[in-house]
Design a protein around this ligand. Structure first.
Ligand SMILES: Cc1cc2nc3c(=O)[nH]c(=O)nc-3n(C[C@H](O)[C@H](O)[C@H](O)COP(=O)(O)OP(=O)(O)OC[C@H]3O[C@@H](n4cnc5c(N)ncnc54)[C@H](O)[C@@H]3O)c2cc1C
Length: 291
């Protein structure tokens, strides 16, 4: 049963921030409510003041600038990201990721900001945004701060949101030339949460094809979306081939610290991390060669 709460539906960011500042720890934001309502029904969280931000139209946008990159408002729904022509053209991996996130009905209501702030290490957007070197804009009544996406998750369902803060924008920089990106997750059925997931971005040096940079992030492989930096180091500065990918994926499986649950044991997930890092990195490499 859901405990009683006072409900607010601000129409501007300023109004929302003023409510957050007034009610502090007693307040909680609700966006699509897809995760928040489950938590409230389970009695895990009982906010005294629920601040429904879904009506703040100023936070529902996708903007692209060839210098600054992509800006996504926190209230943008998954389906809009999946279908955005500008995202399909410049950041195809984001659309691909969204296509396998839940069902169309869920994607039509759940927001990217809610997904990230829920802090589920099995969520699909976080690893992809880490691989894309994204940043998050967080606002409060005293100002704004920008943090790296990879620093946002602190523990299982815990993120770096201070009291009175809300996520307003996701910022994705322009991809360097000769970069390929890919994301895949292990699903029992299409649209399931990933049992493990891997997102990879590889940048090649023109001419000799040496890997200039690699960013690898794993989903469901730890208590947070995990940047696999030791694995990245295996690839950087070398010409990537199948032998190197096999070695790197071994490193990824030791770098991961996956949970054991009804969907898969720790050992099984480690094996799947190997499979997915190899598979996804190979696809990112092919795309980098073609870019
Ligand atoms: C059936 C089903 C299947 C799903 N499958 C997948 C899947 O395969 N992959 C996947 O990644 N996700 C999946 N999801 C999650 C879903 O896609 C949503 O992204 C997620 O529920 C959160 O979005 P929301 O807008 O509903 O957020 P809410 O539930 O409203 O909020 C979630 C949390 O974020 C906080 N919050 C929301 N917005 C902000 C903000 N702007 N600033 C600060 N805090 C904020 C809330 O306080 C709350 O703690 C699934 C959900 C359902 C219901």
């Amino acid at each position: 049963m859901i405990a009683d709460f006072e409900y607010f539906a601000p129409k501007t960011v300023k109004e929302a921030l003023s409510l957050l500042s007034r009610y502090r720890e007693g307040a909680k934001i609700i966006a699509g409510g897809q995760s928040m309502l489950v938590i409230m029904k389970q009695g895990l969280f009982a906010p005294e003041y629920l601040i429904d931000i879904k009506g703040i139209s100023a936070l529902d946008y996708i903007k692209y600038d060839k210098g600054k990159g992509l800006r996504i408002g926190a209230l943008t729904i998954h389906r809009a990201i999946e279908k955005s022509p500008v995202i399909q053209k410049h950041f195809g991996v984001l659309s691909e990721m969204e296509r396998n996130l839940a069902t169309i009905q869920t994607r039509n209501w759940g927001t990217i900001g809610g997904n990230l702030c829920h802090g589920d290490p099995a969520g699909d957007p976080a690893p992809v945004l880490i691989a894309l070197n994204s940043k998050l804009k967080l606002a409060s009544s005293v100002g704004e701060r920008i943090i790296d996406m990879e620093e946002f998750s602190k523990d299982y369902l815990e993120v770096d949101l201070q009291t009175g803060e809300m996520l307003t924008e996701i910022q994705v920089p322009i991809l360097p030339a000769h970069t390929g990106t890919a994301y895949e997750k292990l699903m029992v059925m299409k649209g399931d949460m990933g049992i493990v997931g891997a997102a990879v971005s590889i940048t090649l040096r023109p001419g000799d094809g040496v890997c200039e940079n690699a960013r690898i992030a794993l989903g469901s492989a730890a208590s947070v979306p995990l940047r696999a930096q030791k694995t990245e180091k295996q690839l950087i500065g070398k010409v990537i081939n199948d032998t190197l990918l096999a070695e790197a994926s071994e490193v990824a499986s030791t770098e991961a610290d996956p949970p054991s649950d009804v969907h898969g044991s720790t050992e099984y997930r480690r094996e799947m991390v190997k499979v997915f890092v190899k598979r996804v990195a190979r696809l990112a490499l092919e795309r980098a060669k073609a870019a």
